[in-house]
Design a protein around this ligand. Sequence first.
Ligand code: ATP
Ligand code: MG
Length: 218
Amino acid sequence: MSASAGVTLALSKGRIFEESEALLAPLGLLPQADLDDRLLRLPSQADGVDLLVIRPSDVPPYVEHGAADFGIVGKDVLMEHDGTGLFEPLDLQIAQCRMVVAGLPDSGLDRLRRRPRIATKYPAIARAHFGRQGRQVEIIKLYGSMELAPLVGLADAIVDLVATGSTLRANGLIEFETIADISSRLVVNKAAMKTKHAALTHWIERFREVVTAEEPVA
Ligand code: ATP
Ligand code: MG
């Protein structure tokens, strides 16, 4: 395949897209037109790079199956997806947050019942985490507003993402433990890494340069 083979980049809609813009702009990879909610597939400003703008949790399947050659997605989504079919060459260091176990202060982890109920949007991550601790849990899968669950007795604790912790605090919840530090990653389709090697390594290295340039000096 030639170095000019066209490539398709899958972007995570929402918060990650907003934080991606600072990386995409210097690379000339912003959408050609203003992002229009109705447009799901659009050319970037760079020749030979098309963009897909899709839900974060849809990025791994699109890239794994080669509908997109590479993508930007949160580590939380990758951990939940078990992205074994993907290369993960670069930590983009955007959309940084933590996956935590949280709950009401008086129900500290040690005092949870023998098989506590854990509300989460991330059942695989939660199950693996408590499994490593040898703790049996009952997972309640939710799609949003996990913080509500302990307040109304639906769950003993939650597994959720926090950045500043202000939403937890506002609901009277505290963090019990951190499961993982989360940020967005560049992921690449394994077959495309061979068939479009020149184009993909070019873009991975450009991303690496921008991330390195943006790193705060410690
Ligand atoms: P969907 O609407 O498809 O369910 P979502 O609601 O999870 O997606 P966002 O809220 O935009 O979408 O979050 C997308 C990603 O942003 C998460 O997968 C995570 O990697 C990251 N993220 C989530 N919360 C925070 C936060 N508080 N600070 C920084 N990054 C975050
Ligand atoms: Mg959402």
